[in-house]
Design a protein around this ligand. Structure first.
Ligand SMILES: [Zn+2]
Length: 264
């Protein structure tokens, strides 16, 4: 009887001990996810800077509670503004998305190349940005998008893969643009609008303070914020506003990503 008791105790202890062991094995991921999501996000960001994008099985991707911001810049490249924006983003080690106009890329290939080489996503913003022409009919629009793709490939070389991301000049909103949305969708493109603005296109030389206020008004703690900004030559005050805008987003615990990581 005593022998039996000892055996049962040993078995129970073994079960408990094995249980503890296996519990310890899963503990790190599960506990951190519940206890401190922010730490996990920070770890994930650290890891992302060292490695490629993690696979689906990668246990580090537990940032369900993280707020994500996608900074987007339209209407470049321009020598007076885009380069300064790239400098600021580099300083903060942040990647953004640039919706580039094809004919301006032809004029400033060096800036496009720098944008690409510094890890930003290059998206398509048509070849001319001429509303009358591009919105004349869906085929005009598609032709300009494809022409811009060819410009990108000729400047960025074989490393460049055809960008599937486009932004409609003025946005893709409204019933009238439905045939246009359908045409680009069938051609394999994904069009992206925005849900946050800085108002840098709502006037001439919009002050940095006003841009920050517009961002705060429209951000409203959104879990996924796509911020519309502009890097055309006249947008010097966007350069001036950018550090404060980034500092504010950091203070609100946002993680910065390019639209490559946007979940569709
Ligand atoms: Zn535009």
């Amino acid at each position: 009887m005593q022998h039996l008791k000892t055996s049962i105790t040993v078995i129970l202890l073994t079960i408990v001990f094995t249980g503890v062991l296996s519990f310890e094995v899963i503990l790190p991921y599960e506990t951190v996810a519940i206890v401190d999501a922010e730490d996990v996000v920070e770890e994930a960001i650290d890891d992302l800077t060292e490695e490629e994008t993690p696979t689906e099985e990668d246990p580090i991707v537990i940032d369900e509670n993280a707020k994500v911001v996608y900074l987007t810049f339209d209407d470049g490249p321009s020598p007076d503004v885009t380069s300064h924006i790239l400098d600021i983003l580099k300083e903060y080690n942040i990647q953004a998305t640039f919706f580039v106009i094809g004919n301006l890329a032809e004029q400033h290939p060096d800036i496009l190349l720098r944008t690409w080489e510094e890890g930003h996503l290059v998206g398509n913003h048509t070849y001319t940005h001429n509303f009358r022409h591009i919105y004349g009919n869906p085929q005009n629009f598609l032709d300009e998008v494809e022409r811009t793709d060819e410009v990108f490939s000729s400047i960025l070389g074989t490393d460049y893969y055809k960008s599937k991301f486009i932004r409609f000049p003025g946005g893709s909103f409204g019933k009238r643009l439905q045939p246009f949305r359908q045409a680009v969708g069938e051609a394999g493109y994904i069009s992206i609008d925005w849900n946050v603005v800085t108002g840098d296109a709502e006037g001439h030389r919009v002050s940095p303070q006003k841009q920050l206020t517009r961002l705060q008004e429209t951000l409203q703690n959104k879990k996924e914020a796509i911020v519309l900004m502009h890097d055309s030559n006249t947008k010097q005050t966007t350069v001036e506003a950018l550090p404060e805008i980034i500092d504010y987003l950091i203070s609100q615990d946002y993680v910065f990503k390019t639209l490559k990581d946007y979940e569709f």
